[in-house]
Write a protein of this length. Structure first.
Length: 116
């Protein structure tokens, strides 16, 4: 099982990034997918979730209207489009896969830094 995140980096406030998470080793369409983020010294925070076939999405209040989660069950990939980035969005972003039976997989994380 692998979840490999990419797309992080340094961006100026107001800028955009798109994170990708490529999945392998499990039946991708059987898993809801989420993005979390974590700042050193703080708990991991749920950012966005998408249901198995993409029909339902949910977002943290802090990112609503700025971030969009999407997935492609043929490409086994989930994305997080981040617009209007703020310094407080700076964190390591993690991809998570979770199924109805409680199996959970995590990626290794990708750093996003929003700074001028």
């Amino acid at each position: 099982v692998q979840l490999v995140e990419s797309g992080g980096g340094l961006v100026q406030p107001g800028g955009s990034l798109r994170l990708s998470c490529a999945a392998s080793g499990f039946t991708f369409s059987s898993y809801a997918m989420s993005w979390y983020r974590q700042v050193p010294g703080k708990e991991r925070e749920l950012v966005a979730t998408i249901s198995r076939f993409g029909g339902t999405t949910d977002y943290a209040d802090s990112v609503k209207g700025r971030f969009t989660i999407s997935r492609d069950n043929v490409k086994n990939t989930v994305w997080l489009r981040m617009n209007s980035l703020k310094p407080e969005d700076t964190a390591v972003y993690y991809c998570q896969a979770r199924n109805a039976w409680g199996s959970i997989y995590w990626g290794q994380g990708t750093q996003v830094t929003v700074s001028s």
